[in-house]
Write a protein that binds this ligand. Sequence first.
Ligand code: DC
Length: 228
Amino acid sequence: MTDAAHAPQLPQVIAIDGPTASGKGTIAQRVAAVLGWHYLDSGALYRIVGLLALREAVSLDDGLALSQLAGQIEPVFQGERILLGGEDIALAIRAEQVGTAASRVAVHPPLRAVLVELQRRFRRSPGLVADGRDMGTVIFPDADLKVFLTASAASRAQRRYKQLIEKGFSAKLTDLLRDLEERDARDSARAVAPLKPAEGALVLDSTHLSIEQTVEAVLEAYRRRDPR
Ligand code: DC
């Protein structure tokens, strides 16, 4: 027998990547709930660094200082709550300016490197559904299923608008559409871990799909995958 046959199997992973407001978070959480798996919102980690940078007036262009900030965070995910040093920052990190700051801090390679191990620690039994930009390409390249979830820019702007209003933030649809297109361009054009479908990813356009239909399409692809 080969060594590989003796290697302990790592818990399974479903990686769901895609542009901002494509519904990744909702879909990933529902898929995790159906399977009884853990869930990682990797964007929350970049948002936390963005929030701290804004609060502590650290330049969004200073990759080294930002990676030091990232090295200190120990967020605790508890259902809807995200605790950082005892403070629940779950709502604060959803503000649109924090999302834009997250996209700006995310271009720095040293900062991304600091977050790699933190993200991989979420891989626990019985499995993990992880959403972000580089889950299938960089963080979990051996994922059991890779999904690239997208939707038209107009429908993503609508969804983000609804989300922000529901959370009590003020928002303007035209501003959101512009921000979202800028964010897509920055996330896709960066040199390290750009937003793009992983090799072998199922590309799912949810513009005309309901949440239930999208969840079902992911679960169906998981059931039909080639088992390891
Ligand atoms: O998914 P989100 O909107 O919460 O992510 C906020 C920003 O964080 C996104 O614009 C780019 C960055 N990000 C990233 O670079 N890599 C990830 N895996 C997740 C998010």
